[in-house]
Design a protein around this ligand. Structure first.
Ligand code: ADP
Ligand code: 3PG
Ligand code: MG
Length: 412
């Protein structure tokens, strides 16, 4: 893969240091899961550290802002304080947390913080103007932060145009952080100039959520492996009796056009290009200890539901993966929350992770959650585990992300 240059200015372009002190307002995505008041998965916090360290090394003072969850008003169950604590542990430095998003307490906390310190404001979504992309709110944040620059590094949320991702760039010179740069370089690099063969693995819940990604992969991939409930919908379209499986209704015209595009590309080799399961793992009840049972496509009974690809399909998919040079994976191949139906996802993960010659990219909220739980090396067995759910899907679809588009262009 040749490096696809990033099209926006980054922190490397800022005239920091040189004996001068700067204050930087940094948007991070610390929308992390909490359990018993503590952060239970800190991938996103760890992913922000290179940018923080770069800025701290340049002698900057930092003001951090993020959202967490989807609170309605000042709901302390969505407080960012646990994220501030976890950041403190990771950086081994004090993080001054202030329970205010943009008011006088936030302003005073910044004023009183010593040079080179880190202040974290409370959850930006405690103010409902955030999601309205309010310029008034963005201006209040910029005023409280008293910053010279705005740095956007919250990759997971740049598909949203909110005050802290879009409007804020009206008030401060705004550039990208290192996480955003890396997500773009790796994902766009693999999409635009992959080492071939490029195999895409597409699974998850719905065809309609991922139609743009499917279309893009029909254009660029050498093989597409379909799994999860998405495969149920494809198989139903092909006339397979899917019993009680989850099948998305109303997808006929979408699938007609996907198959038309695939036929245009590969002629009569469509079924080798757009690969569907040849067997499925079924059960009659979704429950913790439900047993998987392999079933051929013509044998699915009315009360059976397919919750994973079957064992023969697993062999077929992993053998295709073993010949790939680039694999991009979005969407679990089954109901991977249940161990019995995580076999497909686990074996695909293993096939990618044990072959260092494969450039392996994992995107999608549930897919990333799965590989992080599966991988004892916290995701490092893969070339890249994206910190974005919706944002990585949009980037893979070729959409423009509003929180990145509004940053300063390269060369300006
Ligand atoms: P991502 O967040 O990685 O983009 P999705 O949200 O599209 O992935 O899909 C994940 C969800 O799909 C999970 O909740 C999983 O249980 C569900 N799922 C996958 N396969 C099946 C299946 N065969 N039947 C029902 N649900 C499934
Ligand atoms: C995410 O977790 O996908 C991002 O943090 C965005 O969160 P949202 O879907 O609540 O906007
Ligand atoms: Mg999901």
């Amino acid at each position: 893969m040749t490096k696809v240059g990033f099209f926006k200015q980054t922190i490397h372009d800022l005239p920091l240091g040189h004996g001068k002190h700067h204050r930087v307002l940094l948007r991070v995505d610390y929308n992390v899961p909490l359990r018993d008041g503590k952060v239970s998965d800190d991938l996103r916090i760890r992913a922000s550290i290179p940018t923080l360290e770069y800025l701290l090394d340049k002698g900057c003072s930092l003001v951090l802002m993020s959202h967490l969850g989807r609170p309605e008003g000042h709901d302390l169950s969505c407080s960012l304080e646990p994220a501030a604590k976890r950041l403190e542990e990771l950086l081994k430095r004090k993080v001054i947390f202030v329970d205010d998003t943009a008011g006088d307490a936030a302003y005073q906390a910044v004023r009183n913080a010593p040079q080179g310190s880190i202040v974290m404001f409370q959850n930006v979504r405690f103010d409902k103007r955030e999601e309205e992309d309010s310029e008034e709110y963005a201006e209040e944040i910029a005023h409280a932060a008293q910053a010279d620059y705005f740095v956007q590094d919250a990759f997971g949320v740049v598909h949203r145009a909110h005050s802290s991702t879009r409007a804020i760039t009206e008030f401060l010179p705004s550039v990208a952080g290192l996480l955003i740069e890396r997500e773009y370089e790796v994902i766009n690099g693999a999409m635009e100039d992959p080492k071939k063969p490029l195999v895409a693995i597409l699974g998850g819940a719905k065809v309609s959520d991922k139609i743009k990604v499917v279309e893009r992969f029909v254009e660029i991939a050498d093989t597409i492996l379909v799994g999860g409930a998405m495969a149920n919908t494809f198989l139903d379209y092909k006339g397979v009796h899917m019993g009680a499986s989850k099948v998305e209704e109303g997808q006929k015209s979408t699938l007609d056009s996907i198959y038309e595009a695939a036929r245009k590309k590969v002629g009569d080799k469509v079924d080798e290009f757009l690969v569907l399961p040849i067997d499925l793992a079924v059960t009659t009840e979704v429950k913790e200890n439900a047993k998987r049972h392999n079933q051929h496509l013509d044998k699915i009974k009315s009360d059976e539901m397919a919750l994973d690809i079957g064992d023969e399909s697993i062999e077929k998919y992993t053998s295709i993966i073993s010949n790939a040079k680039t694999v991009i994976w979005n969407g679990p191949l089954g109901m991977s929350e249940l161990d019995e139906f995580a076999h497909g996802s686990a074996r695909v993960a293993l096939a990618m992770a044990t072959r260092p010659e494969i450039q392996s990219i994992v995107g999608g909220g549930d897919t990333a959650d799965f590989v992080l739980k599966w991988d004892a090396k916290e995701g490092k067995s893969f070339s890249h585990v994206s910190t974005g759910g919706g944002a990585s899907l949009d980037l893979m679809s070729g959409k423009k992300l509003p929180g990145v588009e509004c940053l300063l262009d390269r060369g300006k």
